[in-house]
Design a protein around this ligand. Structure first.
Ligand code: FMN
Length: 191
């Protein structure tokens, strides 16, 4: 099983990184083959709505996103990890998501509306943390993640969501979060 982990925080070694490390450790333990993308290292723009993908399903913007498309295509399971920034995913992750428009266009070209409702390509999970505790803290991020996975013809399976984590060391001080992350990695790839 091919797993892709998307590291979406600009803060290297922070809470999101540590949680995704653990998720992927769990997935590897359960036998998955794991690839990763660190969004903070990509030199890429968001979607420029040029329409270049409309007739081919291929993005024409030549930047680091071109190396990400094959990983998105190959993955059976994607773990999308991002801290909450202003009640949403980070702008770096959002740029990658907007560029998935090309994969949405590909689906439109290759599948009927009914076929698109059956998520054949795999499953997606969201891993996210925020500093505050509000009831609606993860709603915006979950909505965006759901439709990102939809564009990839993958189902959105929920994930792990932690409140009240702000300092870079916060997850380390709450080891139960890392255990939950490890467990998710195992569970997600176990048939
Ligand atoms: C630009 C910015 C916006 C943020 N917005 C929110 C927010 O809306 N809600 C919240 O609970 N935390 C917010 N935070 C706090 C981060 O989600 C929190 O510090 C998180 O632990 C960072 O994860 P990381 O260590 O993986 O980068 C924000 C932080 C930054 C830098």
């Amino acid at each position: 099983m091919n797993v892709l982990g998307i590291y979406g925080s600009p803060r290297k070694g922070g809470n999101t990184d540590q949680l995704l490390d653990k998720v992927l450790e769990g997935a590897r333990t359960a036998g998955a083959e794991v690839s990763t993308v660190s969004v903070r290292d990509l030199k890429m723009s968001g979607c420029i709505e040029c329409g270049g993908c409309d007739k081919t399903g291929k993005c024409v913007v030549e930047d680091d996103m071109q190396g990400v498309y094959p990983l998105l295509q190959k993955a059976d399971i994607i773990f999308l990890a991002s801290p909450i920034f202003f009640y949403n995913l980070t702008s770096q992750v959002k740029a990658l998501i907007d560029r998935a428009q090309a994969m949405w266009a590909k689906q439109q070209l290759e599948q009927t509306a009914d076929e698109r409702k059956i998520y054949k390509r795999g499953r997606g999970y969201l891993i996210t943390v925020g500093a505050t505790r509000g009831k609606n803290l993860f709603e915006g991020a979950q909505m965006v993640a759901r439709y990102f996975f939809d564009a990839l013809n993958m189902s959105y399976e929920g994930g792990i969501f932690f409140r009240s984590l702000e300092k870079k060391t916060a997850v380390k001080e709450n080891p139960e979060t890392l255990q939950e992350a490890f467990n998710l990695g195992i569970k997600a790839v176990t048939p």
